[in-house]
Design a binder for this molecule. Structure first.
Ligand code: MTE
Ligand code: HPA
Ligand code: MOS
Length: 751
């Protein structure tokens, strides 16, 4: 089934926040944000700005009727700065004017003075100065101290990976409308409608029922709108509440890049120990996460780094300690993989270091340590239905790894200034919010008298195709055509208390809730048919292909007849469903439990050619065997693997996020921040569906696919370093990402 959005997308008819028709009286908002990364505000004078043409209101923290607080996990982030600023781009004041241009013009007329305070941009420096968010988290398994004694080979090193700009196509934005009795209705580009609702209620000092949040779709989120859509929605709502006018706030690209947080940069020290057969006996790591100036989601991201610190490998003895470090950068946030990619990059670096020292292929160590059923993760969950070896072996066989290696060796033997490299990258990613209470969802279904269906869930469509999957769930449960079903907007008055659409769990959680609702109506309809047809058993009734069947025979009732008759007989044609993931639990005091409903596996083989004169590279191919479970939509799921892969490759190759020592973002525009384009994607991407048929907690056995494939991109780093080594054997220990052309060139000619 095609993505239900493809029709309007390809015609440019899909509606985003910035496309909403403008209501009369609308005021346009601009944010006055901190021009320095740390300081005490000594003067904030808006009188001149207020007198400019078109300017109606200038709002500061003093005007906030409720709590000046938007922090989610910790209350450490004001909606508008009060007294101090902690990062460049922090909102200080909100200007409302009759045009967007007038609002932006007035920014320059605000008089702002500040007493500068010391700026920290490096996480290790922050940790050394005690600037820590929450507490240090440590996961342990086995006995590392004892294990070191049994290791034949031990290596210690350091790995660093940088942040990443989300670069959703649609920038952050919201359009807020005042409603009678101090209520607000708001359209927000958010992954978390309830987060927005709660944030607005808190800052306005009103109960949540006074705030209605509506989301049609997002032009991409990638985690960047899990929590960070909230501050902008809050400001728009605050403006609407105070001015009693509709207020629209949509960030320009540059504002968005400057003001919002990104993927967390990490720096880590590791120690890895192997036995004679290259089995990893022990692994220790200390992670320093660059959280930025406030907690945001950093503690949760930090936790997922620990969950995925040993990737798809079994390590019997581990000590993993992670510190979230407060710096003067915009608060970093969720980004596809949610800390998992960083954890995986670091253990892949450790494995590479061992392979380089032992002068063997990394794949030998990787393969010798793949997870198996019955193994234990450091967090206590036991491995079940493991596909790590299956995807690895199938990738080796189907893509003929021996031939690839021979081809590469032959090429490298005959080419002096072009060198090829290969890397394998297995993945293992846990599905569920690691914060157990977030793992539930609701849906609401109406069948109208004419047999058409309206479906609301808590899931937010952001390009990943969740709405199409929801249509498939309803169509299959009712036995009707998908075009009878309409996916309504995600709205807090229809589906309340939603978890954000995140953790790749959107389709599982909301799909299951929807299935429960549809099944309840289906059961009522079948009972009605049983009564009308005087049947002994309800099991004789089936709804299929838009018809009512009895004992396998078509009756003269179509779906439409059934619905009309049922309505006439006063049968309830609406239903809600609630689903909570069974089994999941996690105890933070012991750091043990069963946090994930299941894991997703896969293996990628990356082939690259490096130009050893220029330091440039091209990816010849990426070959993947991915564990989709039983995919319910192969087109969408394949698209998720391709998109995730390329986004992950971008993170570790060309996306060069740079802040200077003053905390200013230097790569603040698309002229200086390069993301993969059609010329830099692999020339060939092959994706095979692993054939499995386990029962699992996925929706219709179709496993979550949103985030895991991003981590195939890590293979890009190690394929490049493999090629570099073919040119310059001294270029080892390259564990600093991203592998930009400059960095590659330096390594090629390292002495
Ligand atoms: N795909 C597209 N096209 N756009 C996005 O913003 N976000 C990713 C992934 N795939 C994203 C995407 C992230 S970070 C997550 S968590 C999942 O989609 C969320 O959707 P799901 O739970 O329905 O998989
Ligand atoms: N993944 C993604 N988003 C989240 C999570 C998670 O595990 N926990 C809270 N938000
Ligand atoms: Mo995705 S980072 O969980 O929004």
């Amino acid at each position: 089934m095609k993505n239900i959005d493809s029709y309007t997308h390809t015609r440019g008819e899909s509606i985003y926040v910035d496309d909403l028709p403008i209501l009369g009286g609308t005021l346009f908002a601009a944010i006055f944000d901190a021009p320095i990364a740390h300081g005490k505000i000594t003067k904030l004078d808006v009188t001149k700005a207020k007198q400019l043409a078109g300017v109606k209101y200038i709002i500061t923290h003093r005007d906030i009727p409720g709590e000046n607080q938007i922090g989610g996990i910790f209350p450490d982030e004001p909606a508008l700065a009060d007294g101090e600023v902690h990062f460049r781009g922090q909102p200080i004041a909100l200007i409302l004017a009759t045009t967007k241009e007038a609002a932006h013009k007035a920014l320059k007329a605000i008089v702002f003075e500040v007493e500068e305070l010391p700026i920290i941009v490096d996480p290790r420096e922050a940790a050394a100065k005690g600037e820590i968010i929450g507490s240090v988290r440590t996961f342990r398994l086995g006995d590392v101290e004892q294990a070191w004694k049994d290791c034949v080979y031990i290596y210690e090193g350091r790995a660093d990976c940088n942040g990443q700009e989300h670069l959703y196509i649609e920038g952050q934005g919201a359009y807020a409308f005042p409603v009678e009795n101090d209520c607000i209705r708001i359209v927000s580009s958010t992954q978390g409608p309830t987060q927005v609702q709660r944030g607005i209620a808190r800052v306005l000092g009103v109960p949540m029922h006074k705030v209605e949040v509506d989301v049609r779709r997002l032009g991409g989120g990638f985690g960047g709108k899990e929590d960070q859509a909230t501050p902008f929605a809050v400001l728009a709502a605050l403006g609407a509440y105070l001015s009693k006018k509709p207020v629209k706030l949509v960030l320009d690209r540059e504002e968005d890049m400057r003001m919002t947080g990104k993927r967390h940069p990490y720096s880590a020290d590791f120690k890895i120990g192997l036995d004679r057969n290259f089995k990893i006996m022990a692994y220790e790591a200390d992670y320093y996460q660059n959280a930025g100036a406030a907690a945001d989601l950093s503690p949760a991201v930090l936790e997922r780094t620990l969950f995925h610190a040993t990737n798809a490998y079994f390590v019997p003895n581990t000590r993993l300690s992670a510190t979230s470090c407060r710096t003067n950068l915009p608060p970093n946030t969720a980004f596809r993989g949610f800390g998992g990619p960083q954890g995986k990059f670091i253990i892949e670096s450790a494995i590479t270091m061992a392979a380089e020292a032992l002068n063997i292929d990394r794949a030998i160590i990787q393969k010798a340590n793949l997870l198996k059923d019955g193994d234990e993760f450091s967090y206590g969950q036991i491995v079940e239905n493991c596909e790590a070896e299956k995807t690895w072996n199938q990738a080796e066989q189907d893509y003929k790894i021996e031939q690839i290696r021979e081809r590469v060796a032959a090429f490298n033997a005959t080419n002096q200034y072009l060198k090829k490299g290969v890397a394998l990258m297995p993945i293992c990613f846990g599905i569920s919010f690691t914060n157990t209470p977030m793992n539930h969802a609701r849906a609401l279904v109406h069948i109208y008298q004419d047999g058409s269906v309206g479906v609301s869930t808590g899931a937010v469509e952001m390009g990943q195709g969740v709405n199409t999957k929801m249509v498939q769930v309803a169509a299959q449960t009712f036995g009707i055509n998908p075009d009878r079903i309409k996916l309504e907007t995600t709205n807090t008055t229809r589906v309340a208390n939603t978890s954000p659409t995140a953790a790749s769990a959107g389709a599982d959680l909301n799909g299951r809730a929807l299935q429960i609702a549809c099944k309840a109506i289906r059961l009522r309809l079948k009972a009605f048919v049983q009564k009308e047809f005087n049947l002994e058993s309800i099991d004789a009734v089936n709804l299929q292909d838009e018809w009512v069947y009895v004992d396998g025979e078509k009756t003269d009732w179509t779906w439409e007849d059934l619905i009309l008759n049922a309505f006439g007989a006063r049968i309830q044609l609406s239903e809600k469903g609630h689903y909570a993931t069974p089994r999941v639990k996690f105890d933070k005091t012991t750091e043990k439990g069963h946090p994930f409903a299941y894991h997703v596996y896969g293996t990628a083989i990356t082939e690259v050619t490096v130009d050893c004169i220029r330091g440039t590279y091209e990816f010849d191919a990426v070959h993947i065997v991915h564990d989709f479970g039983q995919s319910m939509n192969k087109i969408i799921d394949k698209g998720q693997v391709e998109g995730g892969l390329v986004q992950g490759m971008g993170w570790l190759t060309m996306e060069d996020l740079r802040y200077n020592k003053e905390g200013r973002l230097l790569s603040a525009a698309l002229s200086t921040y390069k993301v993969p384009d059609v010329f830099s994607v692999p020339k060939e991407i092959n994706i095979k569906f692993l054939d499995t048929n386990h029962s699992n907690l996925a929706i219709m056995k179709s496993k979550a696919v949103g985030e895991p494939p991003l981590m195939y991109g890590i293979g890009a780093h190690f394929a490049i370093t493999d090629a570099i080594k073919a040119f310059n054997p001294k270029a080892i220990g390259l564990f600093e990402a991203p592998m930009t052309h400059e960095r590659v060139l330096m390594a090629l000619y390292r002495k």
